[in-house]
Every structure is written in C-alpha cells, then in structure tokens.
Design a protein around this ligand. Structure first.
Ligand SMILES: NC(=O)C1=CN([C@@H]2O[C@H](COP(=O)(O)OP(=O)(O)OC[C@H]3O[C@@H](n4cnc5c(N)ncnc54)[C@H](OP(=O)(O)O)[C@@H]3O)[C@@H](O)[C@H]2O)C=CC1
Ligand SMILES: O=C(CO)COP(=O)(O)O
Length: 320
C-alpha cells in the first residue's frame, strides 16, 4: 500500500526517501517554488541537501492527490501540527495519521496524539519517534525507531508497512510514553548543549542527562506512561543521541546559549517551546522539574548559564 508524507522538511524527506525502497511514495510540499525546485533537481536542497530523491518518490503540492493514500505521515513541527490538521480537516478525516513530530503544544500542553484526537476524532492516530537524524535515514544508515499506536492491531499493520531496509520499527501501545520521551529529550539536549558550550565539561553533561532522564520519567509517569517506554528508543535512546551530537538542532541551540552566541530563529528547535509547555504543565501537576524550568529560563533569557548552574548545584540534597 502506498503512503504519503505531508511536510517536506528534513525529516519528512528522509522518511519518504527510505519508504520509497518499499514502493511508491508521495511527498507533499506546501510551497510551490520548493516543490518545483525539488522536481527539477531531484533533491531537497532547501532542507536536506546532498541526497538524491529516488524514482519511486513523487513530489506534489496538490494536497488532494497526496491524501488519496490511506496512511499519511505528518512531518511538520509540533507547533504547526494543529494548523495543518485544521486547514485540511476534510481530506484528513478518517485517515491513518502518523505524527512524526516531537514536542508538546505550547498553548494546550498536549502531545501529538492528543492533538490528533482532539482535532480529528475520526482519524486513526499513531506516532513515529525515536533516535534518528534525517541525514542518517536519508543516506541509508541503519536506524531503529518506536511506532506508537493505541490500537494494537493497527500498530502491527503500520509496523509492517513502515519498516524499510534501514528503518527498523519497534511497536508499543504506550502512546503517552512515546510522545513524552520524544518531547522532553529535546529540552535535556538544550541543557546539555549549554553546559558543553559554556565549557563545563563532560561530567556535568552526564549528570544532566541522568537527572534529566529522572525528570522525564517523573513527568511521563505522572501523565500515565509506562516506565519501560521511557527506557526504550523513544526515551533513553533519543536522549542519548540528542544530548551527545552536534547534528542535533536542540543541542546546537544549547551550545549557542552556553557560548553566548546568537542562534538562527528560523531553525526548527522543538525543545524551546516544549520546555515552556512542560514547565507550565509540571507547575500545574506539582511535579519537580528543575532542569526543564532552568532551560525555560535560559531560553527566555531570564537566567545566565552561570546563574543556572549555581541554582541547580545549590538545590537541597536528596536521595537518588
Ligand atoms: N530533522 C531530524 O533529524 C528529525 C526531525 N524530527 C521531527 O520532525 C519534525 C519536523 O522536523 P524537520 O523536518 O526536521 O523540520 P524542518 O524545519 O526541516 O521542516 C519543517 C517542514 O514543515 C513544513 N511546515 C511547517 N508548517 C507547516 C504547515 N502549517 N503546513 C505544512 N507544512 C508545514 C515546512 O514547510 P516550508 O519548507 O514550506 O517552511 C518544512 O518543510 C519535528 O518535530 C522534529 O522534531 C524527528 C526526528 C529526526
Ligand atoms: O529528534 C532528533 C533525533 O532523534 C533530531 O534532533 P533535533 O531536532 O535536535 O535536530
């Protein structure tokens, strides 16, 4: 069965390239100039330069054509997911919609599955998440991801359909755990980038990753997640990748903060809005999330990196 990818950013293009190894794939771009450039060069020079688009991949700006397939991957940033769903609600109703974004919606505190459920109740929602850089997937390097869906039978079908030669999918029905892990690891990556950028060392990063993981577990489990999901690809796996590679945009924003440099605001950095959303939600739920609160203050320039470290180091001593 053919699939379509809506959103021709780095991740959507990489997924479409990999899925084209299984059969025809449609990649939808909202921008006519971008689509024309991709058709002409058979490359997404704007978002994923240097990787050719395979023959089985067709590019379109016609959303009606792209939504003819039953399974649609939604590869837009988290803060743009709702507007995509609302704008094209008639064409997306009743479809199997696989969200590919990692974040928490700023105004509502909802993750991608909840946004799908609220906005398009007739659709069948799923989530694809886990450790993978678009560039690695597009170049055919091996990756393992989590496919989460409340409906166990649909999850199995999607796992078969979306596994490719270089994308190995593990399935789970714990959608809450998968979406919380994928969202919160971006916040921790900003924190880790900041300590490395400020020259505070690898020991500080290891401390942040570990305490950040504890914070992710507290938050996710309070929302109903299963601990084993947090220990899997979408939690621990993605935390490890994103906190240790300067291929990550979240980590690079942190590096810039730590070095006192500016960062291009047009780059997709999910962790910034997600930190604000998660900090507000944690306050409401009375969950202790000192790293998330600190990242929010760093991103919003209410704290310097020196003040942030001092505050974290002076917290009351406690059991691990
Ligand atoms: N890049 C990566 O390595 C990975 C990314 N992800 C996740 O994938 C999601 C998307 O990231 P990524 O592809 O990297 O981001 P990019 O910045 O590369 O691309 C975002 C894409 O979304 C499109 N877009 C934005 N708003 C809308 C809208 N309202 N309707 C239609 N299209 C829209 C943009 O279109 P336009 O070009 O016209 O602006 C652009 O093509 C994020 O949640 C990210 O966390 C997950 C794993 C890996
Ligand atoms: O989610 C990712 C890796 O799994 C990509 O990370 P960035 O969004 O930080 O680039």
């Amino acid at each position: 069965m053919s699939v379509s990818v809506l959103g021709s950013g780095a991740f959507g293009t990489a997924l479409a390239i990999s899925l084209a190894g299984n059969g025809p794939v449609t990649l939808w771009a909202r921008d006519t100039n971008h689509a024309s450039a991709m058709k002409a060069s058979r490359e997404n020079e704007k978002r994923l330069p240097g990787v050719p688009l395979p023959d089985h991949l067709s590019v379109t700006t016609d959303i009606a054509e792209a939504t003819r397939n039953e399974t649609l991957l939604l590869a837009v940033p988290m803060q743009k997911l709702r507007s995509l769903l609302v704008e094209h609600s008639e064409l997306l109703a009743g479809k199997t919609l696989v969200a590919c974004c990692k974040g928490i919606e700023l105004n509502t505190g909802l993750g991608p599955i909840a946004v799908l459920n609220k906005t398009l109740p007739s659709a069948k929602p799923a989530l694809l998440t886990g450790p993978s850089f678009a560039d690695d997937i597009a170049r055919g390097l091996p990756t393992a991801l989590t496919l989460a869906c409340d409906d166990a039978a649909l999850c199995k079908d999607l796992q078969q359909q979306l596994t490719t030669a270089n994308l190995r999918l593990y399935r789970t029905t714990d959608t809450t755990g998968a979406e919380q892990g994928g969202a919160l690891k971006n916040v921790m990556a900003i924190a880790c980038g900041a300590v490395i950028g400020a020259g505070l060392g690898d020991s500080a990063r290891a401390a942040l990753m570990t305490r950040g993981y504890a914070e992710m577990q507290r938050m996710a489990m309070a929302c109903g997640a299963r601990p084993e999901t947090l220990a899997g690809l979408s939690g621990f796996g993605d935390l490890t990748l994103t906190c240790s590679s300067d291929l990550s945009r979240n980590y690079r924003l942190g590096l810039a903060i730590g070095r006192g440099e500016t960062f291009d605001p047009s780059v997709t950095v999910e962790g910034a809005a997600t930190a604000r959303a998660a900090a507000a939600k944690a306050d409401e739920m009375k969950i202790d999330t000192p790293i998330t609160q600190t990242v929010t203050n760093l991103v919003d320039q209410r704290l310097t990196i020196g003040e942030a470290v001092a505050l974290l180091m002076k917290r009351p001593l406690k059991e691990e």
